[in-house]
Design a binder for this molecule. Structure first.
Ligand SMILES: COc1cccc(CC(=N)NC(=O)c2cccnc2OC2CCNCC2)c1
Length: 385
């Protein structure tokens, strides 16, 4: 009963051992062998392909997500992805509009379901695999337990398979069959007064508010000489830094320069990226974070929690901890209230010293149709939005 749907899918069962072998679970098929017509939806609903460039449609997607997408465990906060962020997240090089999949009430009615895929080259345990990165699975609150999510997953899988792609990667805050990695998230207060007022953080024992503000205060400017915003001319150098750095991780994307340009060139209110240019004019280090605010549910004074999420960071001439301290300073300069990071890559090396506090949940990483050994968080070199 518990995993009625997932037990029908090519994912390892919860009880199966992790073992050392890795490879597909499904028999190998060709796109022609994949059913040509979409899966049947429950009565009164219809499929739609969403056009994120259409002003009205992107507004519908924004509204569905901001009212019905992921909340924290205590339902105090809900992700509030912006329209500019969604267009960025869903239109990387080679994106397919048919992978921006919606469910409407029949007759072009209200958008009540959504799921997306974008193409990516992912390397796992020395194998390079073309995958889909699946994200934004959302069913309207009033339509939960109508078994819409399984149909959305089956239909996006069918559309991905029709493109001759047979694996996918996704994350979730819940445990499903079966995580390849279980990561913890950490938070670094930048505006502790607001975080305590909205209940995101609590005043420490034997701590006053004044003492807490002082504890989390950061300088007004970056401490590393030569830190500046990334610009288009840096793409080639940043690509070499990031692509080379990610090779040390068991699971990581293989980026082209065009993808680095898309994912890391700064976009106000969406993604922030800073490089260190040394005395000889060389770019030697890079740090980046993305903006994912959360709605604060039912608070009289504050509506939005401004959160920065650690993205791609490579330090080659300074300690990673110093680079990340500058990331905190730069995030505070942009008026973020909190800086979030997972315990993936080499993040454990700075979390405690930079005064991150551990969060109350886990982010599970999953691969679809790929059995592989469990991977420690420090072996995860992939950040999903
Ligand atoms: C503070 O507002 C929240 C609103 C909704 C959920 C959560 C808790 C949570 N689930 N956090 C994360 O998943 C998370 C924590 C740290 C870093 N990245 C994260 O998730 C990213 C990556 C996966 N897709 C969502 C954003 C917090």
């Amino acid at each position: 009963r518990e995993h009625a749907f997932w037990d029908t899918q090519p994912v390892p069962s919860m009880s199966s051992e992790y073992g050392q072998d890795s490879g597909p679970l499904d028999e190998v098929r060709t796109p022609e062998e994949v059913r040509a017509e979409p899966y049947a939806l429950p009565d009164k609903f219809e499929w739609c392909t969403c056009n994120v460039d259409d002003e009205h449609e992107i507004q519908e997607i924004y509204s569905l997500l901001t009212e019905n997408y992921v909340e924290d465990d205590d339902s105090m906060f809900r992700f509030d992805y912006s329209i500019h962020f969604l267009r960025w997240a869903l239109k990387p090089p080679e994106f397919l509009r048919s992978w921006h999949l919606g469910v409407r009430v029949q007759g072009g009615g209200k958008l009540v379901g959504f799921i997306t895929g974008i193409p990516a080259h992912i390397r796992v345990l020395e194998k390079s695999i073309k995958m889909a990165e699946i994200n934004f699975l959302c069913v309207h609150k009033r339509l939960r337990s109508k078994r819409l999510a399984p149909v959305l997953i089956k239909e996006i899988t069918r559309r991905v398979n029709r493109e001759n792609i047979w694996q996918a990667v996704y994350t979730a805050g819940v445990v499903l069959p079966r995580p390849i990695s279980e990561c913890r998230y950490w938070h670094r207060s930048l505006n502790p007064k607001k975080l305590i007022e909205v209940g995101f953080s609590h005043l420490g024992a034997r701590m006053t508010m004044a003492r807490t503000i002082k504890l989390y205060k950061v300088p007004d400017a970056p401490q590393i000489a030569g830190m500046r915003e990334m610009k288009k001319e840096d793409v080639g150098r940043v690509h070499r830094l990031v692509a080379n750095y990610l090779k040390k991780f068991t699971l990581h994307p293989e980026f082209t320069p065009a993808e680095i340009e898309h994912w890391m060139l700064p976009r106000p209110g969406v993604v922030y990226c800073y490089v260190r240019e040394n005395e000889k004019g060389e770019v030697t280090d890079v740090c980046s974070f993305y903006s994912l605010p959360s709605s604060i549910l039912g608070h009289p004074k504050h509506n939005t929690l401004r959160a920065a999420y650690s993205y791609w960071n490579v330090a080659t001439t300074v300690p990673l901890q110093d680079l990340m301290f500058d990331a905190l300073i730069l995030a505070r300069q942009q008026d973020f209230d909190v800086f979030n990071a997972l315990d993936i890559m080499e993040n454990e090396s700075f979390l405690k010293d930079l005064k991150f506090g551990i969060g109350d949940g886990y982010l599970q990483y999953y691969l679809y149709n790929w059995k592989c050994p469990r991977i420690e968080p420090r072996g995860i070199g992939l950040v999903l939005l």
